[in-house]
Write a protein that binds this ligand. Structure first.
Ligand SMILES: Cc1cc2nc3c(=O)[nH]c(=O)nc-3n(C[C@H](O)[C@H](O)[C@H](O)COP(=O)(O)OP(=O)(O)OC[C@H]3O[C@@H](n4cnc5c(N)ncnc54)[C@H](O)[C@@H]3O)c2cc1C
Length: 259
């Protein structure tokens, strides 16, 4: 008999965009990972009705340790929780996490960030299946890392104090973002340009399919107006890529993960 642990997650409630099935998800630790697709908070992942083989970290990876100028953080810790911890302890370098939904594990995989502030900046190493890997052995790029295994823990160095001005500046940048459920930016910005600007220029801002809308506030955010469906997202993603290519010869690449 299998001793595997699972939990049922209703992704129409759990995910940031409120789309997805109610399904069994395996609870992952260092002993039982078997190539499941890991979910943090599904803040950047669009989950299809047929998604299978999903995993979520066990609660033992929900911890923050602060010692001798270093932070050791479990991969399941929410970004906002680490932000609050750092602010309280006067630790700098994590201000950008205040309005970035998701978990530390997912954010490291995505190399999430705002402007020049990226999660890899203060990273020293991550603990994955075969122990610790140093940052120099991981490839990080704009919203990209080549990590293809669970991030169970991460070690960060603390380089400076908490910066309230930077915090305020980064918060203000959020003012042009829609409040309705979304996955953040759907596409990566092409070099030297902004996906949102290109989409807007094609006239697609505000375009709707079912209950999914290319946001009127920010065209790189696709928002769920209520009963938005996976298929409607895919339709608008494909339409947007086609229009941007026809108009500008630029191939937009999804930032979001689709499973
Ligand atoms: C309103 C809004 C605003 C946003 N703004 C920004 C922004 O400014 N900048 C930015 O960078 N992002 C932004 N995002 C996207 C999102 O916040 C980040 O990508 C975040 O890091 C996703 O974290 P998650 O844990 O939910 O990852 P998920 O969406 O669950 O997963 C993302 C990827 O990480 C992998 N993954 C998840 N957990 C782990 C783990 N423990 N180990 C290894 N891999 C894992 C998944 O398999 C998947 O490939 C925004 C999203 C929203 C909804």
């Amino acid at each position: 008999m299998s001793s595997e642990k699972f939990k049922i997650i209703d992704f129409s409630k759990f995910s940031s965009i409120k789309i997805g099935p109610k399904i069994k998800v395996k609870i992952i630790d260092e002993e039982n990972y078997n190539n499941e697709f890991l979910i943090g908070r599904a803040a950047n992942t669009l989950i299809s009705p047929n998604a299978k083989n999903l995993g979520i970290l066990s609660d033992k990876y929900k911890f923050i340790e602060y010692k001798n100028g270093y932070l050791k953080v479990g991969g399941k810790v929410k970004n906002r929780v680490l932000y609050n911890f750092c602010k309280r302890k006067n630790i700098g370098g994590f201000e950008f996490l205040s309005h970035l939904p998701g978990t530390i594990g997912g954010s490291i995989k995505m190399n999430a960030g705002v402007k020049n502030e990226e999660i890899s900046n203060n990273l020293i190493a991550v603990k994955t299946l075969n122990g610790w890997i140093e940052k120099k052995d991981i490839l990080f790029n704009y919203r990209y890392s080549n990590i293809n295994a669970p991030v169970f823990e991460a070690l960060f160095e603390i380089k400076r104090n908490y910066d309230p001005f930077l915090d305020k500046y980064l918060k203000n940048l959020r003012k042009n973002q829609p409040k309705k459920p979304s996955l953040g930016s759907v596409f990566k910005n092409p070099k030297g340009d902004f996906a949102g600007r290109l989409i807007e220029k094609t006239g697609l801002k505000g375009e709707k399919r079912g209950d999914i809308q290319i946001s009127k506030v920010h065209a790189n955010f696709f928002v769920n107006l209520g009963e938005g469906k996976f298929e409607d997202m895919i339709y608008l993603i494909n339409l947007t890529k086609k229009r941007v290519y026809e108009n500008f010869g630029i191939k937009l690449i999804e930032e979001i993960k689709i499973i």
